[in-house]
Each structure stands twice: as C-alpha cells, then as structure tokens.
Design a protein around this ligand. Structure first.
Ligand code: MF3
Ligand code: CO
Length: 230
C-alpha cells in the first residue's frame, strides 16, 4: 500500500502542484484501500504524508505553496495494514533539477540500497549504518546525526534505533524475521540540522539541500526483502 501510494505521488508531482494536494491524494488512496495512515495524529502530527522541500530534511508539513521547477521534494508515507506498519520515503525531483541535486538524490538512494544489502543474517546492526555512511561520505555529502531509522512491526517505531553512521561490527546481531525501517537523511552541506518553530519541520542549518530515502525491510534466510517496493 505504501509503495502504491508512492507510485501515485510519483505520477502526480509537477511544478504548480501543492504538497497539501499530494497529501489528500495519498490519504484518499490509503483510506480507499482500508489502510490506516500512520503519521496523522502521531504525537499530534497533522497530515498523512511528510513533505520536505529542498533544505527541509524530514517532517515537513504539507502546505499550499505550489512546487517549483528545480526543487526536490521528500515524501514520507506510513500506513498500517492488517495490524502491521510500513514506512517509506522517497525524494523526488520537481521537473528538471540541477546536476548537484540530481547527484544528491542518486547518492542517497544508493546509500540506502547499499545499507539494505548489509541487512543479512549474522551481520550486526551497525554494519548497515557504517555502509550507509561510507557511501555518503565517499561522495562528499554528510549524514544527518539527529534522526535515525528504527525497528518497525505492529508499531511504526520499535527498537532498535538505526543510525546512518558509525563503526561496523556493533549492536545486535541480525536475525531472520526482524523488520527494519532504514532511512538515510543526507545533506549536501554539513550534517547539522534544527527544528523550526512549528516543532516538526527539520531544516539544514547551512540551508543546503537534503534528501531522504527510506524502505521497510525484512531480514530473511534468503537475504533482505524490501517490503515497500512493488
Ligand atoms: N518515517 C518517519 C519516521 O520514521 C515518519 C514519522 S513522521 C511523524 O519517523 F509525523 F509520524 F512523526
Ligand atoms: Co521511518
């Protein structure tokens, strides 16, 4: 359901569209499928999606500002189906974007996918974290420290926390049946972020662009399975 909602967003993003409109599209879609939006009402969060434009890192609240050509938009979607939660974020280009923004999206997506490859039985949790950090820093970008991924299952946020940085070989040993939400947040500038007055919107302190990709992943004896991809 979360993956299908992202497909809907991908088809609908263009200059002139507002993030409130995208929020209503996703909410209507999830409800029509009997899925329950996971974010709305979570600690008072007011919307179904998070919509994080340009220097907004995560947790942007949908608004009435029309998207402009050249922007990037992070869309985070979570939903409960049959008592289990899925959580996935993707950063989309609005129309044509410049080459540095394009590179930021590609590196962040590749950091996520490389991290997921480390989500295998008998690895340790921080092997995932370390792999993500390595990919990001090898490409000259920085990993946000103040927000992390998480275990996920019957609740959206379960133990353990999953940093996107750190030394390998630490933390719990990974076992078949664990389900993780892995979600690198990557800044084009330095890694420092701050929360705005609305108590939700997280922005880069240096106003550099930021990207966010997230999948919910199951660890199995046959390797990692991405549950939020079609
Ligand atoms: N993917 C985000 C997370 O894992 C979504 C939470 S947004 C909130 O924390 F609004 F629900 F807080
Ligand atoms: Co998450």
């Amino acid at each position: 359901m979360v993956a299908q909602a992202h497909q809907l967003v991908a088809r609908s993003i263009r200059p002139g569209v507002t993030t409130k409109y995208l929020d209503s599209l996703v909410e209507d879609f999830l409800l029509s499928k009997g899925a329950i939006p996971a974010f709305k009402g979570y600690h008072g969060y007011p919307a179904t999606i998070c919509a994080s434009v340009n220097e907004v890192v995560v947790h942007g609240i949908p608004n009435d500002v029309p998207l402009e050509e050249g922007w990037i938009l992070g869309v985070d979607i979570g939903a409960y189906v049959d008592g289990f939660c899925g959580d996935s974020a993707w950063t989309y280009p609005v129309g044509t974007i410049d080459s540095n923004a394009q590179r930021l999206l590609e590196v962040t997506k590749s950091a996520l996918l490389n991290g997921i490859e480390q989500a295998v039985v008998d690895n340790r949790l921080s092997d995932v974290s370390h792999q993500i950090q390595s990919v990001v820093e090898a490409n000259g970008f920085s990993v946000v420290r103040d927000f992390v991924g998480h275990g996920i299952g019957r609740k959206m946020h379960e133990a353990p926390q999953i940093p996107n940085f750190g030394a390998p070989g630490r933390g719990p040993r990974l076992k078949a049946g664990m389900t993780l939400a892995i979600e690198p947040m990557v800044n084009a500038g330095n890694y420092h972020v701050q929360v705005q007055q609305d108590n939700w919107t997280v922005v880069t302190i240096d106003s550099s662009l930021s990207a966010h990709f997230e999948h919910t992943v199951a660890i199995t004896d046959e390797g990692p399975v991405i549950l939020t991809a079609l």
